[in-house]
Design a binder for this molecule. Structure first.
Ligand SMILES: Nc1nc2c(c(=O)[nH]1)N[C@H]1C(S)=C(S)[C@@H](COP(=O)(O)O)O[C@H]1N2
Ligand SMILES: [Mo]
Length: 196
């Protein structure tokens, strides 16, 4: 019992350190991997960093385009400036990681359902989101029609008013409500809307 109690106390201290951020963050010894959390608007926990996933600046610079595809084969390709000119929405939504932390941030981006409409498939049966990430876990996710149609589901381009940092998924990432953190794919390269 004593040992269990001590363990819980240590965990609590760790969590408090994480929540406080700033100088206290460094005393959170068990803080989520990814330590370099970025500054200011991007200063919140990172799951896997861009470096860890081998995302290169050459892939995320001006040459980056989002590809929208459908089963019918229609394709659209949008640069980041083009995405920023679409109707943008801002919402506070959490990332809840199964590793034991969660954080609420203010995200700005394009609604996933608006991207489906752009692709010409407004009622797909499934939505496959693929990252620039090659190999490793969490490089893609299959979203449901319910997640797609939710007006809070975004392809986020900004957080707390600033561009996403590389570690938080620049140039674009998924943010969907009420889902495990792994659904929030970072460094998105392609979204495929499929109708069976
Ligand atoms: N491409 C990619 N996306 C990813 C991950 C990843 O490893 N690769 N990690 C996921 C996990 S487990 C979580 S909890 C969130 C964390 O987002 P954050 O690092 O911006 O806080 O990103 C998700 N998106
Ligand atoms: Mo996670």
């Amino acid at each position: 019992m004593g040992a269990v109690g001590a363990g819980s106390a240590a965990l609590l201290v760790t969590t408090v350190g994480q929540t406080l951020g700033g100088p206290f963050r460094n005393i959170a010894l068990l803080a989520p991997r990814g330590r370099d959390q970025g500054d200011g608007p991007n200063d919140f926990p990172v799951n896997k960093t861009a470096a860890y996933r081998h995302i290169k600046p050459s892939q995320t610079g001006a040459s980056w385009h989002l590809t929208l595809a459908t089963a019918a084969g229609s394709m659209a390709s949008l640069s980041r400036p083009q995405l920023l000119e679409l109707g943008l929405h801002t919402d506070e939504l959490p990332i809840a990681c199964v590793e034991g932390w969660s954080t609420v941030q203010r995200w700005t981006g394009v609604r996933l359902r608006d991207l489906a409409a752009l692709a010409g498939e407004e009622e797909p049966d499934s939505v496959l989101v693929e990252s620039l990430q090659q190999g490793g876990a969490f490089g893609s996710v299959l979203l449901s029609p319910t997640q797609l149609l939710d007006p809070q589901s975004l392809l986020a381009l900004k957080v707390n008013g600033a561009d996403l940092s590389p570690d938080h998924g620049f140039p674009a990432r998924v943010i969907v409500p009420a889902a495990p953190g792994v659904h929030n794919t970072k460094w998105v390269r392609q979204i495929t809307f499929t109708k069976s």
